[in-house]
Design a protein around this ligand. Structure first.
Ligand code: SAH
Length: 288
């Protein structure tokens, strides 16, 4: 047993198909200290990683067994592919401190992002976002590129649609820049929960709903779509339909090799590239 001052922790991680994330999260939530974290991959179709941390004490082996049994039942149930339960000891380290220290306050464009536990204050439009729940904590290059775009384009009094909202980061940022109406959609229910929570945390109104660009009626002054190239190509006509007259489409999550293909698919539906930004291998296109 660990002695006082050297609390040890166990990390329990389960890879799961997007469809099973909700169920796996529930199982891990029963044993996890301070809830669970879900790593959502950028590439669609890749498994999510659901993680929980628990104190390495006398009850830990029972908790691990409970998780293994429950996950085993889930597999028997056939609810999406669920991976093995991976248990790892985190020695001589307070995981909470190390986990939190990865998410330090940061300036991006006109925004100042901080996790809820940080009391750092700075100039700029404050966005309070905690990592873990869904993709989009402001740290991925594609998210940064989109946040910068949200900081640059005129949004005051304008309507905005955020397709693939994830944590809701871009939608919240758009609302904070004075957008009159912000609709946020995602195909992943985990994301919708996170976006709703983050809207509340930031005291902004978002219209959050499940689905993609095709499911939303009407047209918007700005459409944000930080997805992946193949999805952007597949839903190009739906994206087109959501961009109102004189409106702007911001697309990101595009690996360099596929940028031409995405631009061509959007040209086919009548949108023209007016700006291109590249960070590492990631391309952001702005179209009108
Ligand atoms: N907008 C956030 C998150 C981007 S990650 C950010 O910029 O950081 C991409 C998100 O798109 C994921 O939450 C994923 O669930 C969602 N997604 C994937 N395919 C989609 C589709 N066809 N329609 C809507 N959302 C989709």
């Amino acid at each position: 047993m660990p002695s006082a001052g050297e609390t040890r922790w166990l990390e329990i991680a389960v890879e799961s198909h997007p469809e099973a994330v909700e169920a796996v999260s529930e199982i891990l939530d029963r044993v996890g200290y301070n809830g669970i974290a879900v790593d959502v991959p950028l590439d669609e179709g890749r498994p999510h990683l659901v993680k929980a941390y628990l104190a390495y004490d006398r009850s830990a082996p029972f908790k691990v067994r409970r998780v293994k049994e429950a996950v085993g039942r889930l597999r028997a149930f056939g609810l999406g592919p669920v991976g093995d339960v991976a248990v790892r000891r985190i020695a001589d380290e307070d995981w909470l401190v190390s986990w939190k220290s990865q998410f330090t306050p940061i300036r991006i464009g006109p925004f100042f992002l901080r996790p809820s536990w940080s009391d750092a204050r700075d100039e700029g439009i404050e966005l309070v976002l905690d990592p873990g729940m869904a993709f989009g904590t402001g740290l991925h290059p594609t998210t940064r590129q989109c946040l910068e775009a949200v900081g640059e384009i005129e949004l005051a009094g304008r309507t905005v649609l955020d397709v693939g909202t994830g944590s809701g980061i871009l939608a919240v940022a758009a609302a904070k820049r004075g957008a009159s109406r912000v609709v946020a959609v995602d195909t992943d229910p985990v994301a919708l929960r996170a976006a709703t929570e983050n809207a509340q945390r930031n005291s902004v109104q978002l219209e959050v709903s499940e689905g993609s660009a095709g499911a939303v009626p009407g047209a918007f002054d700005a459409v944000l779509a930080n997805l992946v190239a193949d999805v952007l190509v597949a839903i190009a006509p739906d994206l087109r339909a959501r961009v109102g007259a004189g409106g702007t489409l911001v697309c990101a999550g595009i690996v360099e090799e596929k940028a031409e293909r995405v631009a061509a698919a959007l040209a086919d539906v009548g949108l023209r590239v007016v700006d291109r930004d590249q960070r590492e291998d990631w391309v952001r296109l702005t179209l009108r």
